[in-house]
Design a binder for this molecule. Sequence first.
Ligand code: AMP
Ligand code: MG
Length: 348
Amino acid sequence: METKIVKIDPQHIDMEQIAGMGRLLAAGKLVAFPTETVYGLGANALDEGAVKRIFAAKGRPSDNPLIVHFANAADIKTVVREIPEAALRLLEQFSPGPLTIILKKQPHLNDTVTAGLDSVAVRIPANPVARALIAAAGVPVAAPSANLSGKPSPTRAAHVIADMDGRIDAIVDGGSCAVGVESTVLDMTGARPAILRPGGVTYAQIKAVLPDVQIDAHVLQSVGAAETPKSPGMKYKHYAPDAEVIVVEGDIKKVRGKIEELIKGVQQKRVGVLAMDGASYPAADLVLSAGADNRDYANRLFDALREFDRRQIDLVFAEFSGDMDYGLAVKNRLYKAAGNHIIHVREK
Ligand code: AMP
Ligand code: MG
């Protein structure tokens, strides 16, 4: 299959091009597009055949449901049974934006998009290219991240091209993604709202609207095959580059001392470090900057993981410090990328 690549300037959206891409989606084709979180791989959520092709193109396990995207919050009522008052308050605060909420689904919605669950995940992205495209399609758009299953999520069109060229119908190149990690997934079907995946909207932001919100225990755990997490996506390997990743976590000065020591012990491997600003690792083969804070880190993480692979790095040490706010999303992605290979540097 030849993949058509279309460049769209988010500041001056070419509506004719968008209309063409919208027609492809409505007709059951697969179109990757930028959102403020990561690039999504879109299909008409109401077309079960098209949704199945998403799973095939990504190599995604069929029991991992997709998020359904809308141009406007009012449109989610076409797929959910009811919108609780608490969900309305959240939508008012954070929509459009990097928040996904899980609600009971309407019976007409196909089982492929929800992986047979009685609930559906819905989101209204803020990225203007995404909103214009979904509006042009005129249908809800199912979209997981536009990477091969297990790989780091794409935050630039080049990442999507690397994974998906020849496997999907079109890619809308709208530049790089502002947030850089996926949306926060909030389950609103239980007695208490629960964060199943930390992301672009922080725990503190949600807590200000819903004081009883909790963080699901699986967020920072590896999930054993025997357990059944609430969010099926939690049980799969994720975000992993080809390089081995080891997270070194704790007070930043001690983290740096520990990584220097670890690098000295490595033989015959090309070593990379993902480091916050101000670090210096002369013994490493490649040091990539994670920026000045965890917001920058979220923005750069996936691009950096792919860059280590492009530069033939075998082993990556990732600095990590502080898990408040954006830190929780970064920590969750790092832990998964590292397959839970984490070194905690303790205070002495
Ligand atoms: P991705 O599409 O890769 O951004 O991942 C979407 C995440 O949302 C995965 O972890 C899914 O398991 C989760 N998800 C989607 N729909 C549901 C649902 N109905 N119930 C629980 N988790 C869901
Ligand atoms: Mg994904």
